[in-house]
Design a binder for this molecule. Structure first.
Ligand SMILES: Cc1cc2nc3c(=O)[nH]c(=O)nc-3n(C[C@H](O)[C@H](O)[C@H](O)COP(=O)(O)OP(=O)(O)OC[C@H]3O[C@@H](n4cnc5c(N)ncnc54)[C@H](O)[C@@H]3O)c2cc1C
Length: 456
């Protein structure tokens, strides 16, 4: 990473470290949103400094090391419809997008052993998903036909609802109950919105269905990381930024943003630095704290403080090396686990299984060992004769995403303070809290800055 000469020489908080004539952008937060903004700006030769509070980049999608193994803070699924994310991966590391060393591209397949199997054939969209529904195992024909009618009705309405409502009530109104709700819609809702159907926003769910199932066949492809999440994007992004001359400051928490005439001061560790533009790309609760202290932004800070969060737990279990799951991503049902990832097939870590538990549930009041024991039992029903795992590790991300609830109000990218922008997975007007929402938000802030000009 580039040396951080401009900032660290500032002797006192009364002497901002940058000449006011210099036009530099500060990005606060080095998750996917902040990195996306920084990469877009740096690619256009705009000088950028990233302030990241943690010792590593990546935020909520990063490598964690356990027993010397590179794991992730949570197994992530990308889909072919993540256009901005894929473009960004391509920009920082041209061989990454598509079926590559970094991502395994699989046609849409939802497989819950012994219960449900939907596989989309290679047909143009939306025929592939409708044919997949028609051929699905585990659904009675009456439910398949109702599901196809539901999809066609939603398409006819342009995937727009006159008024938002819970996913559960939309599904019930359209007869989407029984196995189709249990094995298809509820798992899709939890996997994409990380919010249970009774409280999840049907409009946000329909936005996802529109983009993944109706736009193009490849949009519904599953893209599963073959490398840890830091190697997927933050590491190549940091190299790209260094090549473009950007500055990345790790372990640099921003404590305040202050307006200083026509500039903004970013205060980290008691050292204020002057910038012409600032992108605040922290999670919403941290952004709320920074914004609450700024005149004119109290209302948006209050709105951010109203956002609710949802947890995601990740359970890693190490089995003997020959153990394999039926699919790289296998569905689970009837217990705590929702999706199991075969890290041997995906990341060359034989015998290692990662299981995701999205959203709230009984596991939140259980101990880590009890959660792992329950998951091991659930896996044993998929793989009879499975031995006990050699070790397990449970990661609880209690604020994994915001809750995509009915009528969710999100802040705009531009704020009332000239030159101050908000990025982050919670700001996208259309999408749930995902990597794609984060990347879109960062790219959008960069484009707004480029359009309006970097100087004053
Ligand atoms: C376990 C888990 C599983 C997930 N699974 C999926 C999935 O399968 N598919 C998917 O698309 N999405 C998934 N997500 C969601 C996805 O990871 C997030 O939407 C995305 O990473 C958010 O990126 P972001 O840049 O908006 O925020 P963050 O990643 O939170 O980045 C914000 C950064 O700001 C830094 N920061 C905070 N305060 C300050 C400060 N004051 N000064 C400086 N820096 C600061 C933080 O350290 C952090 O690095 C998952 C998330 C989790 C946690």
């Amino acid at each position: 990473m580039a040396a951080d000469a401009a900032e660290d020489v500032t002797p006192s908080k009364h002497r901002p470290s940058m000449a006011s004539g210099e036009n530099r952008v500060a990005v606060i937060g080095g998750g996917y949103a902040g990195l996306a903004a920084a990469v877009e700006l740096a690619a256009k030769r705009v000088p950028v400094t990233i302030f990241e509070a943690a010792k590593q980049l990546g935020g909520r999608a990063r490598r964690v090391v356990h027993r010397g193994m590179a794991l992730d803070n949570g197994c992530h699924i990308l889909v072919g419809g993540y256009h901005e994310t894929l473009k960004l991966l391509e920009r920082v590391s041209p061989v990454q997008a598509g079926d590559s060393p970094s991502l395994m591209r699989l046609g849409l397949e939802l497989y819950v052993p012994g219960k449900f199997h939907l596989r989309a054939p290679r047909l143009p969209a939306p025929l592939h998903s409708l044919a997949g529904l028609l051929g699905a195992k585990g659904l009675p024909m009456s439910e398949k036909l109702l599901a196809i009618r539901f999809m066609r009705t939603m398409k006819g309405a342009g995937f727009r609802l006159a008024a938002d409502e819970p996913v559960a009530s939309l599904l019930a109104r359209h007869g989407q109950t029984g196995a189709v709700a249990r094995f298809l819609w509820a798992p899709l809702c939890l996997a994409t919105l990380n919010t249970p159907p009774p409280s999840a926003s049907a409009q946000i769910f329909l936005n996802v269905l529109r983009d993944s199932l109706y736009r193009a066949r490849g949009a519904s492809d599953l893209l599963l990381p073959r490398v840890d999440l830091s190697r997927l994007f933050p590491d190549p992004a940091a190299k790209f930024l260094a090549r473009q001359g950007a500055i990345v400051r790790l372990g640099a928490t921003v404590d305040a943003i202050l307006v200083d005439g026509d500039r903004l001061l970013v205060d980290s560790g008691g050292v204020p630095t002057r910038f012409s533009r600032v992108v605040c790309a922290t999670p919403p609760n941290r952004a709320a704290t920074l914004l609450a202290a700024m005149p004119g932004l109290e209302t948006v800070a209050t709105k951010l403080n109203r956002l609710q969060f949802q947890p995601i737990y990740s359970v890693y279990l190490q089995y003997p090396e020959p153990v394999r799951l039926p699919r790289p991503m296998t569905g689970m049902t009837g217990g705590l686990g929702q999706w199991a990832f075969d890290r041997g097939a995906l990341c060359g870590q034989p015998g290692l299984v990662g299981v995701v538990i999205s959203g709230p549930g009984a596991h939140e009041s259980m101990g880590r060992d009890a959660i792992a024991e329950s998951i091991a039992g659930e896996l044993a029903t998929i793989l009879p004769g499975l031995p006990a795992p050699r070790w397990h590790w449970v990661i609880a991300e209690k604020r994994a995403t915001i809750a995509s609830t009915v009528g969710l109000e999100r802040p705009a990218s531009e704020t009332a303070v000239p030159g101050l922008y908000l990025a982050g997975d919670y700001t996208d007007p259309d999408y749930p809290s995902t990597l794609e929402a984060a990347v879109r938000s960062g790219v959008k802030c960069a484009r707004l800055i480029l359009e309006r000009g970097i100087g004053r």
